[in-house]
Design a protein around this ligand. Structure first.
Ligand code: LCS
Length: 396
């Protein structure tokens, strides 16, 4: 009897999606098909595979059983039609841009996206005649005003990195579709456990799986999931041709990491909620932004479109950059490193690190102020994290 996961809950899906792809030996663990190419049965078989008359593997850049198992599993979690795994999150982002944008096209994007997702448009795609408007996508009227007759894509990150501002996915889908544009959502900060943009009208969702989906800070990767066969058929040849596909060993590691995704996400969120409340009440803290706090300007939207509030917090210490450095240099459990979504807590300073490539005026206009500290909360004991922060804050 085969297991039908379509009618099962998210925890059952995460545990069993992509199980038993080995029909030869029945291995429970997913095998790694570490091969670059696949042998045809005969000349006609090879021709049929290339002609698309028969399904089968040809060459690992185009498709591989281990990678395909991961793609099917993550597609099931995002309620999509098809998934395409990529070598990194940026390979996913750039491939989506390449598929939908060209000379004379315009895109509207979240101003506080991950730095490279913005800079690759402003510095590279602009050389090929792509226009862009990066705006505060928590403001629906501003999005509407930014759309032009040649806008082909609305690209949002929600919550945005690192301002933790939200965009209303359903409303963005409506605006994009009214203008004949696609809505693409970078769902990295939520993971498929806490937010499913395709259910809210998005056409394409993508993740840096370097973060929550892999969750162990040992792999870089990305994935794109489409809502329809049409979007999948638009994207798949672009990624095959650009070559930023995922390697079979990478796919195996990511599948292994993904099995504990819902447990890690739940634990991280519990910790984050408590720490956000602790920081908000602390006399040395200027402000805290976390979607689970009533003080978050879009707390109601968070409750409506997200299944949980996640484990990313941003905050600013009274005394600005220098006081912030005291915290960064004196915490001992969170490690001072970029990235997020791993089992361990990480802390960093976006203005001088992840978002340093954005020109200062644009960065500050997007709300990424000099004093902002980004805190990615892991699965440690929350009492230990709080005591560690308290000690660092006491040194200011
Ligand atoms: N999208 C988001 C929301 C990200 O945070 C990142 C990387 C990417 C896409 C790109 O993914 P990658 O190619 O690195 O897998 N964010 C990082 C960050 O915040 N710190 O270091 C990398």
């Amino acid at each position: 009897m085969s297991l039908n996961l379509k009618n099962k809950g998210i925890n059952t899906r995460v545990t069993h999606a992509g199980e038993n792809p080995d029909t030869v030996h029945g291995s429970v663990g997913v095998p790694i098909y570490q091969t670059s190419t696949f042998k045809f049965q005969d000349a006609d078989h090879g021709a049929r595979l290339f002609g698309g008359e028969e399904k089968g593997y040809i060459y690992t850049r185009i498709g591989n059983p281990t990678t395909n198992t991961f793609e099917e599993a993550v597609t099931l979690l995002e309620h999509g039609y098809g998934g395409i795994a990529t070598a990194s999150g940026m390979a996913a982002v750039s491939s989506v841009y390449m598929a939908y944008l060209g000379a004379g096209a315009h895109m509207v994007g979240t101003d506080a996206v991950y730095g490279s997702s913005r800079m690759v448009i402003e510095n590279e795609f602009s050389r090929f005649g792509v226009e862009s408007s990066f705006v505060d996508t928590s403001d629906l009227d501003l999005i509407r005003r930014s759309m032009k007759p040649n806008t082909k894509m609305l690209y949002i990150e929600t919550p945005a990195n690192p301002t933790i501002k939200l965009a209303d996915i359903e409303a963005c889908a409506e605006i994009a579709h009214e203008h004949g544009a696609v809505l693409v959502v970078d769902n990295t900060f939520m993971s498929p456990i806490l937010q499913n943009p395709l259910d809210l009208g998005a056409d394409v969702v993508l993740h840096s799986i370097t973060k929550y989906i892999n969750g162990h800070t040992d792999v870089v990767g990305g994935v794109i999931i489409t809502k329809t066969e049409e979007e999948y058929s638009r994207l798949k040849p672009v990624i095959n041709a650009l070559g930023g596909t995922m390697d079979p060993h990478q796919s195996w590691l990511v599948l292994r990491g993904m099995r504990t995704l819902s447990l890690r996400v739940q634990r991280g969120e519990e910790n984050a909620h408590k720490l956000a409340e602790y920081l908000e009440a602390h006399p040395k803290i200027e402000w805290v932004r976390y979607p689970g706090l009533k003080s978050h300007p879009q707390h109601d939207l968070a409750k409506r479109q997200m299944k949980g509030f996640g484990s990313m917090i941003s905050f600013e210490v009274k005394g600005g950059v220098e006081a912030g450095k005291t915290v960064l240099n004196n915490v001992t459990i969170p490690q001072l490193a970029v990235s997020l979504g791993g089992y361990e807590s990480l802390i960093q300073h976006p203005a001088s690190m992840t978002h340093a490539n954005i020109p200062e005026d644009e960065r500050v206009a997007a709300g990424i102020t000099d004093g902002l500290i980004r805190f990615a909360i892991g699965t440690e004991d929350v009492e230990d994290l709080q005591a560690d922060l308290e000690k660092a804050l006491s040194l200011i």
